[in-house]
Design a protein around this ligand. Structure first.
Ligand SMILES: O=C(O)CCCC[C@@H]1SC[C@@H]2NC(=O)N[C@@H]21
Length: 272
């Protein structure tokens, strides 16, 4: 069962002095929690500010796509200002959010892996249960909004995959033992704060903080034959080799040459 998401109760557990966050709000509905927090960042919102919505009317996905955000899902954005971390290491915030999602899914008994860079895959069929959109806030020094859309309840029939994208699923469809959104939001934010805290304490070094190793362990992309859709309609075909310390994916192309990929849509190519 899903109880109402009580902001006060979450604040009591997650916001300083009792927890790692500096502010937390819950709204019934908004256009996009990422857009709201980006605006708040410009207006001076503090490091580790959280905004949760129970529904979005204009949810944003990667590469200009929309993120279907019906009631029954969890839509969470966190503003981070990791001022001591080199800007080149900031893409790790996106990957760290994926690790937090894996930990949550596993805690409710669901098999979970990651498709680099931003998809949570659930169950043996590896369908998409969550997506992450991290955005550097323009004009604000070192501010990143990490947005997470987690499908909790069964999705309405009209939620379709993006063209060529993964089949969507939810925690409920994957047989999760816990579907209470307050509890799931709590676990997600605890895991995110733990991972981000260790990563930041290590100056954003993914190797030293252990997040690189944990990511490789859960990454379904490494070892797969892939097609990477780069900008400008360019495609790269090959086999994903590893994740680098800067968060890029190394793909050995059909020409035998290793290519570092920092952005793009990855399609896992399964044998027919
Ligand atoms: O897979 C993707 O394309 C990324 C989807 C990210 C969706 C989340 S929901 C919370 C936050 N607010 C948004 O508008 N988008 C992100």
């Amino acid at each position: 069962m899903d109880t109402a998401l009580d902001a006060e109760a979450l604040r009591a557990r997650l916001v300083a002095p009792n927890g790692p966050y500096s502010a937390l709000d819950v709204v019934e509905s908004t256009r996009s929690t990422n857009a709201d927090l980006a605006k708040a960042a410009v207006e001076g919102a503090a490091d580790r500010t959280v905004l949760i919505a129970l529904e979005q009317t204009a949810g944003q996905g990667r590469r200009g796509r929309t993120w279907s955000s019906p009631p029954g899902g969890l839509y969470v954005s966190v503003l981070f200002r990791p001022t001591d971390v080199h800007p080149q290491r900031l893409p790790w915030l996106n990957l760290i959010a994926g690790l937090a999602l894996v930990r949550v899914a596993q805690s409710v008994g669901v098999e979970a892996t990651l498709k680099w860079p931003n998809d949570l895959l659930l169950g043996p069929k590896r369908e998409k249960g969550a997506g992450i959109l991290s955005e550097i806030t323009a004009g604000v020094a070192q501010a990143v909004v990490v947005g997470i859309g987690l499908n909790v309840a069964k999705l309405p029939d009209d939620v379709q995959p993006a063209p060529g994208g993964l089949e969507p699923t939810s925690l409920e469809s994957a047989g999760a033992t816990e579907l209470d959104r307050a509890e799931l939001a709590f676990r997600l934010l605890v895991e995110l704060a733990q991972l981000e805290g260790v990563w930041r304490k290590n100056g954003g070094d993914a190797f030293e903080s252990g997040v690189l190793e944990e990511y490789q362990e859960h990454c379904a992309t490494v070892g797969e034959r892939v097609r990477v859709e780069l900008s400008g309609g360019v495609q790269l075909l090959g086999v994903a080799q590893r994740i680098e310390a800067d968060g890029t994916l190394v793909v050995r192309g059909t020409d035998g040459v290793d290519h570092g990929v920092s952005a793009g849509d990855v399609v896992h190519l399964r044998p027919a």
